[in-house]
Design a protein around this ligand. Structure first.
Ligand code: MLT
Ligand code: MN
Ligand code: ZN
Length: 306
């Protein structure tokens, strides 16, 4: 059995976001909205329930570790269940938590593509900063479809695929994305062949990607925005969902249309949900539409076994 734990199901900013008074953040704060608070995007995967691969290191990592005691097995005076970290991209909400892991006694095993490693080595030089603390032991991920093993976690096999999305605003490549800026991950249980596809930032669906997803048991995919112009409607930004590298759920060519093409046996879960997305409101028509389509909304603490 493999264990997948959703540590944080919100997009950057979390829910509620510290400075946001959009109807949903406000409603959650004042108790008038039927919704759950959510921390920023991260999951953890384990084959034995003791040693975990942390996928994305969110700014909320310390809260997430406190909320998920499985991540602290307490085998020694100083210990952590987090054996290695893998990054899906170099966005602030996925990498900032690395700084919180600096008290480790040994270099942190860190898996990411060369593109992501270059962004967090220069534009936002976290790995340089960490070299003055625990240091990192980097492992470059290739998006060549080949399976790779995680150092220290021999029973987890993964492979990465390059996705169309965007590198972070601080990246010199924001305007000219490269393959490897954002990845999707297939997590496999070698004992039973079951597979989970994870892609919290997905800007474009392709026939190849849909085929890959159809061969998985669970897909955990980009749930950032419902509307293409969600931020614009609320007067919060002039950018569309796609400008930010996220495929919205609704509308022609939206995520829901693609998910509907997957075989019925594939469990479909949206993750990395922005605080503006109406699906966070459990009484909304958009949430009812998802439920009718058999699509779930990830929440912090959600456990998926495969
Ligand atoms: C994104 O994925 O677009 C991020 O959540 C943005 C951010 O962290 O600011
Ligand atoms: Mn994000
Ligand atoms: Zn908000």
């Amino acid at each position: 059995m493999m264990y997948l734990r959703v540590l944080g199901s919100a997009a950057g900013g979390g829910f509620p976001q510290w400075n946001c008074n959009c109807p949903q953040c406000k409603g959650l704060r004042d108790g008038s909205l039927h919704a759950r608070a959510r921390t920023q995007s991260s999951i953890a995967v384990s084959a034995n329930g003791l040693d975990w691969l942390l996928i994305n290191a969110s700014p909320d990592i310390l809260t997430q570790i406190r909320d998920n005691p499985v991540l602290q097995p307490a085998r020694a005076r100083r210990d952590s269940g987090i054996a290695a970290v893998l990054l899906m991209d170099a966005q602030i909400d996925h990498v900032t938590g690395l700084l919180m892991l600096r008290e480790r006694g040994t270099p942190l095993p860190l898996l990411a593509t060369p593109q992501v490693l270059s962004d967090i080595g220069s534009g936002f030089p976290i790995t340089q900063i960490l070299s003055h603390y625990c240091g990192v032991q980097t492992h470059a991920l290739q998006c060549d479809g080949r399976a790779f093993a995680v150092p220290g976690l021999p029973d987890i096999t993964l492979h990465a695929v390059a996705l169309d999305s965007k590198p972070p605003p601080y990246s010199p490549f924001r305007g000219s994305p490269r393959p490897g800026d954002n990845i999707g991950l297939v997590l496999a249980n070698p004992a039973n062949g079951r597979r989970v596809f994870y892609a919290p930032g997905l800007g474009q669906m392709t026939p190849q990607l849909l085929d890959l997803m159809a061969g998985c048991d669970v897909v955990l995919v980009d749930g950032t925005f419902w509307h293409m112009d969600e931020m614009q409607r609320l007067g919060l930004s002039s950018k569309t969902a796609l400008d930010m590298g996220h495929l919205p759920q609704s509308g022609a060519g939206g995520m829901l249309e693609h998910l509907a093409r997957l075989p019925a046996r594939v469990r479909k879960v949206l993750i990395h949900i922005n605080n503006t997305n109406p699906i966070l409101n459990e009484d909304s028509p958009e949430r009812a539409e998802l439920t009718a389509a058999g699509v779930e909304v990830a929440h912090d603490g959600m456990e998926i076994l495969f």
